[in-house]
Ligand binder design. Structure first.
Ligand SMILES: [Mn+2]
Length: 292
């Protein structure tokens, strides 16, 4: 497996422009050492930049998001068609729309997806008070919301709900769980994780997504981690996962030969002056890629 690492310097999907610096900071401070330690070939494939960092409300905002998403979609589609495993470094989580649309387009088939996040990211423009697209990507990938985003390619939905799970959730608004329940997406809150243990819940979620006939991906939002240990994110939520424990458990999960892409997002260097959040990323990525 040849890994192609692509930055998505996106911030217009959120309220904080800081996270558009995430890919460059990862490249400058973490990439080479991580690359040299990997047993598989890993190359830097460049950075996709957004058209404007200004968060714009609808309707212009959606037109800009569509252009940004298409730009990223074309890159992940090409990387996948070339036989590499795309690994996208965000950027705000709106980049997921382009990442997974491109991968699904390359294989002309929908995917399974494990969404590891403190938030459900399942708003549509009708239910979102802020209209921030980084609160909508999971809904878009499941085929709900603005058609300029759900119909980026011929594949809609990009993600099959029955092969989709969200894990680590602790902050959402009522419309989001309602939507995911209606669609049949399984989501695991921190309360359920405390009750049943992360090991049990992660294994269950992983089994679900890895069974997808079209293969699967993982989208890891750094804000799923405990903010005392990983403060460098745009929307921190107290009571998150321990990064080492998460990395250890990710390493153990089976079926990684069916991985079609990876994504790690929302590193905000402006909120990470000592680099402690950024330094957690290589171990998480290594674990996601390592075969048992
Ligand atoms: Mn997110």
């Amino acid at each position: 497996m040849h890994v192609a690492v692509l930055g998505a310097a996106f911030s217009a999907g959120g309220a904080d422009p800081g996270c558009r610096q995430g890919p460059q900071m990862f490249r400058r401070h973490e990439f080479r050492r991580w690359q040299s330690r990997m047993s598989m070939p890993v190359r830097w494939a460049g950075i996709v930049r957004e058209e404007t960092a200004q968060p714009l409300g609808p309707p212009q905002g959606m037109a800009v998001m569509r252009r940004n998403s298409r730009r990223l979609m074309r890159r992940t589609r090409c990387l996948r068609l070339a036989g590499t495993l795309p690994l996208v470094i965000g950027g705000d989580h709106s980049c997921a729309i382009g990442t997974w649309s491109g991968i699904a387009a390359a294989q002309k088939q929908a995917l399974g997806l494990l969404w590891i996040d403190a938030h459900l990211d399942a708003h549509t423009p009708e239910t979102s008070a802020s209209h921030h697209v980084h609160g909508m990507p999971l809904a878009v990938l499941l085929g709900e919301g603005d058609q300029r985003l759900t119909r980026l390619t011929g594949i809609c939905p990009v993600i099959q709900a029955r092969y989709c799970a969200v894990i680590g959730v602790r902050s959402f608004e009522a419309a989001e769980p309602r939507r995911l329940q209606r669609l049949g997406v399984r989501f695991y809150t921190m309360e359920e994780i405390h009750r049943r243990s992360l090991a049990v819940v992660l294994a269950e979620a992983w089994r679900r997504v890895a069974a997808a006939p079209g293969g699967f991906g993982v989208s890891l939002d750094m804000d799923v981690l405990e903010p005392l240990l990983a403060p460098g994110v745009s929307v921190p939520e107290p009571g998150g996962l321990d990064p080492r424990r998460l990395a250890r458990l990710l390493r153990q999960q089976p079926g990684k030969q069916h991985l079609r892409g990876l994504e790690i997002v929302e590193l905000n260097p402006q909120r990470d002056p000592r680099g402690q959040t950024r330094r957690l990323m290589p171990a998480l990525l290594t674990s996601l890629l390592s075969r048992r």
